[in-house]
Design a protein. Structure first.
Length: 432
């Protein structure tokens, strides 16, 4: 049987009321009007904005006749149509042969929502860089069930600057196993509150720099075992200025601090501990645990700055193992001249410590608890015993010093009574 001609692909500009419309269609005849002004024949590929790009276009329509056309590239097709607020007829666009969708919707800054139909087949696509970049009015983006990313090698800035997008759901087909570049993929998606990347893998990726940069409202991040963080991933919210951190819902004893590198390393530790096929949700928390030296001090850290407080980072049920900006291992131990450090309590006037071993239910300040005691101290030559009141002396108890107790009232001889000292000194502090 004879082949039925389908015509050539064109983009035709028209006006309807206040709307300027671009219609994608196929035709056996050239459209009416002037080429390059009123209509354009679609080329095989574009590496920059096509001739029909205009900041006056308010609407795009894909005609039913366009079903007969299978483009090998849709890169830049709707690039910077920054006044366009609707696209109709996307089900008439057959993308099954397209290998390049770079910048396809990039700069569509007036488009409020976008729903990609089942006909939007991406199984042949290799380049999705900047595909939805700067769709700054987009509040809803629905990816088709056929949004397959198995051949995609670059997702550079794919959703970057989608600043109004509050959620983003990925279909099962979204498995970027071949992607080598995910740099800035979600950069500046400032209203995203959660991301489930349980289908993702970064086993092929050599660049995920700034992947989550600027996602300042992200509260939940789900990652699979196959996801490996890199030190320059830029996790959102991990800074001492926000006092925020990421905790894992599992019970692995892993803790974080405000260091980006440390957080990344520990997230990877959690992921490596998962069973194959499993995923882990990390939750952004803002509990703040402040250690107060309570008239003592924490000395100086590596930068020679006095440390007056430290922040706890870790899993929800973990024993504390790291605080501050890496300045301390374990809970910080303060010092105070003339006093014994006993531990921490949640009251500055407490006398018995209850040093925290798990996250408190809410942000809490723990205060160092101090004590003083009465002691008898032997001089280095053994000739003098000094009665003093304050901090525990240096040396070995019951050899170099003894604690004064109330036991002597029953006739028990104090430990220092066997001393060969020939002189006794009552220090002024003993009056306390």
């Amino acid at each position: 049987s004879p082949t039925v001609p389908v015509g050539d692909p064109y983009v035709v500009k028209s006006t309807e009321g206040s709307d300027t419309i671009l219609t994608f269609k196929t035709s056996l005849r050239q459209p009416a009007g002037t080429e390059g002004t009123d209509w354009w024949e679609i080329e095989d590929s574009y590496s920059a904005a096509p001739g029909w790009r205009s900041n006056t276009v308010t609407k795009v329509t894909i005609d039913e006749s366009f079903k007969s056309y299978k483009p090998t590239s849709t890169a830049y097709w709707f690039y910077q149509l920054d006044k366009m607020s609707s696209i109709e007829g996307l089900s008439n666009l057959d993308t099954s042969a397209s290998s390049n969708m770079s910048h396809m919707f990039s700069g569509c800054g007036a488009l409020p929502f976008l729903e990609l139909p089942a006909a939007f087949d991406t199984r042949a696509v290799e380049d999705m860089s900047c595909m939805f970049e700067a769709c700054s009015a987009l509040t809803s983006l629905t990816l088709s069930s056929t949004f397959d990313t198995g051949k995609v090698t670059t997702m550079l800035s794919m959703f970057q600057y989608c600043s109004e997008l509050t959620s983003l759901t990925f279909p099962d087909a979204f498995k970027p196993t071949a992607a080598t570049n995910m740099e800035s993929m979600f950069n500046m998606c400032g209203k995203l509150t959660s991301l489930d990347l349980s289908h993702f893998t970064t086993s092929s990726s050599t660049n995920i720099y700034n992947m989550f940069g600027g996602c300042s409202m992200l509260e939940s991040l789900t990652l699979p075992k196959t996801f490996t963080m890199q030190t320059n991933t830029w996790l959102p919210g991990l800074s001492s200025s926000t006092n925020s951190f990421w905790i894992a819902s599992m019970s692995n004893a892993v803790s974080y601090n405000t260091s980006e590198d440390t957080a990344v390393d520990n997230i990877n530790t959690v992921l490596e501990g998962l069973q194959d096929g499993a995923s882990q949700t990390f939750t952004k928390a803002s509990l703040r645990l402040t250690y107060d030296a309570n008239d003592g001090n924490f000395g100086q850290d590596a930068q020679h700055q006095d440390i007056t407080e430290a922040y706890l980072y870790g899993n929800e049920n973990d024993v504390i193992s790291k605080t501050g900006d890496g300045a301390f291992d374990n809970t910080p131990v303060p010092s105070r001249d003339g006093y014994n450090y006993l531990g921490y309590a949640d009251s500055s006037t407490a006398t018995t410590p209850n040093t925290p071993t798990k996250f408190p239910a809410s942000s809490t300040t723990y205060y160092a608890i101090w004590s003083q005691g009465a002691y008898v101290v032997k001089s280095s030559d053994g000739a003098t015993l000094t009665f003093t009141y304050g901090a525990q002396p240096e040396g070995t108890e019951d050899e170099d010093w003894w604690a004064v107790t109330d036991d002597y009232a029953s006739g028990q001889e104090p430990g220092w009574s066997s001393s060969t000292a020939t002189a006794v000194v009552i220090d002024q502090s003993f009056s306390g």
